[in-house]
Design a protein around this ligand. Structure first.
Ligand code: NAD
Length: 406
């Protein structure tokens, strides 16, 4: 297959979709890889490294889109790229369609095949291409928190780990999922006293088993949070209720009970934030202060560490990209339900219910699910009154797809 890697042109996006090592893997399996000149620059990979790995460099983005059967990207295409996309061209990237009707309509119009990183889903419902960015953000949360706790940054002037004879900082982590776990590991490693709160008792049991002795777990409820914020130095917001806005676990009135210079890092800002006073900030201007409490609410934290983020992302995406290249998207989706769930728009039709619902495109999904021509043999079976129902006689397991629709 002919694979194209354009340079990301979204503002402040420094990641790249394939590393030189990824190019070498694809070349080994007989594919041709075209990389736009300087595409890897922001992540620290030179054109020469790509050439050595077997890529052919192309000077312009137009040439990359013009030649490739599969485009591998990081961020969704933006307006100047829309007209470069060809009918039947496979795009493998983050799309987040539900947040942009313009993008959705553009992809429908271009009749592309859009396989979205964020909806590739494993049988246990985990999202393997979102996890790496949560891992990065969780670890970064503590790094940023440590920095903003310094006095010149308007923090309390406390060192996370303390020193012999001086007690360490208290770190409170709300949510013990991917972000929370990574944050806890970092904070504990630096010697802080860490409390993780979650609403899931099984999760708290697990964390209690695996975490070092300077990490304690506590049930997340308003009473416990109100008490804990009074003595916390750094608070990391890491909750997620899938498909919903984050709940405001820290309310405005609680700020007054915190010590001046306390730092809040609300990683959940991309879901609205779990701190009532959180509004999204950027890497250029990451913090603001309310009631003497420092707020850090950057919505794309991994963007600040593109080298690590690129490697973390491509470690997760490459195995899927290889399957798509080796088999073509149709066969790869038939063979692997995780990839099948990544399909969002196919040849002018929305095939992902969340996206269809977001823009009132229900007719598209019904048409498409009925259109077995999409794939050479039927892989969706559903009752006539519900496109969401999967039958136990499905030729492939559509269980995850059906659950997604509930
Ligand atoms: N800002 C960024 O750059 C960035 C980067 C990556 C992820 N994120 C965001 O970070 C958030 C967390 O992501 P994740 O991958 O860790 O999710 P996750 O699903 O792995 O973990 C979320 C955890 O929150 C817990 N939770 C739910 N309600 C709670 C409550 N009331 N109190 C305490 N815990 C509660 C859940 O039980 C779960 O353990 C998401 O909103 C995600 O989008 C942001």
């Amino acid at each position: 297959m002919i694979i194209g890697v354009p340079k990301e042109i979204k503002n402040n996006e420094n990641r790249v979709a394939l590393t030189p090592a990824g190019v070498a893997e694809l070349r080994k399996t007989g594919h041709t890889v075209y990389v736009q000149a300087s595409a890897g620059e922001g992540s620290g990979f030179t054109d020469e490294e790509y050439t050595r790995a077997g890529a052919t460099l192309l000077p312009t983005i137009e040439e990359v889109y013009g030649i490739a059967e599969m485009i591998v990207k990081v961020k969704e295409p933006i307006a100047p790229e829309y007209n470069l996309i060809k009918e039947n061209q496979l795009l493998f990237t983050y799309f987040h369609f539900a947040s942009s009707e313009d993008l959705t309509r553009a992809m429908i119009e271009r009749k592309a095949v859009c396989l979205a990183y964020e909806t590739v889903e494993k049988a246990d419902r985990s999202l393997p291409l979102l996890v790496p960015m949560s891992e990065v953000a969780g670890r970064m949360a503590v790094q940023q928190g440590a920095k903003y706790l310094e006095k010149p940054m308007k923090g309390r002037g406390i060192l996370l780990g303390g020193v012999p004879g001086v007690k360490p900082a208290n770190v409170l982590i709300l949510g013990g999922g991917i972000v929370g776990t990574q944050a806890a590991k970092m904070a504990a490693g630096l010697g802080s006293h860490v409390t993780i709160m979650d609403v899931s008792l099984p999760r708290l049991r697990y964390l209690s088993d695996i975490m070092p002795p300077n990490v304690v777990t506590e049930m997340s409820n308003e009473y416990n949070i109100r008490e804990a914020v009074k003595t916390a130095d750094l608070i990391v917001g890491a909750v997620l209720i899938p498909g919903a806005k984050a709940p405001h676990l820290i309310t405005r009135d609680m700020l007054k009970t915190m010590r001046p210079g306390t730092v809040l890092v609300d990683v959940a800002v991309d879901q609205g934030g779990c701190i009532e006073t959180c509004t999204p900030t950027t890497h250029e201007n990451p913090t603001y202060i309310i009631d003497d409490v420092v707020h850090y609410c950057v919505a794309n934290m991994p963007g600040a560490v593109p080298y690590t983020s690129t490697l973390a992302l491509t470690n997760a995406t490459l195995p899927y990209a290889i399957q798509l290249a080796n088999k073509g998207w149709q066969q790869a989706c038939r063979d692997n339900n995780e990839l099948l769930l990544g399909l969002n728009v196919v040849n002018g039709k929305v095939v992902y219910k969340g996206v269809a619902d977001a823009f009132g495109l229900a007719d598209f999904i019904q048409q498409t699910l009925g259109a077995e021509a999409l794939l050479p043999r039927p892989f969706y079976r559903y009752s006539s009154n519900s496109p969401c129902h999967s039958s136990s006689r499905d030729p492939v397991n559509t269980g995850a797809l059906a659950r997604r629709y509930q």
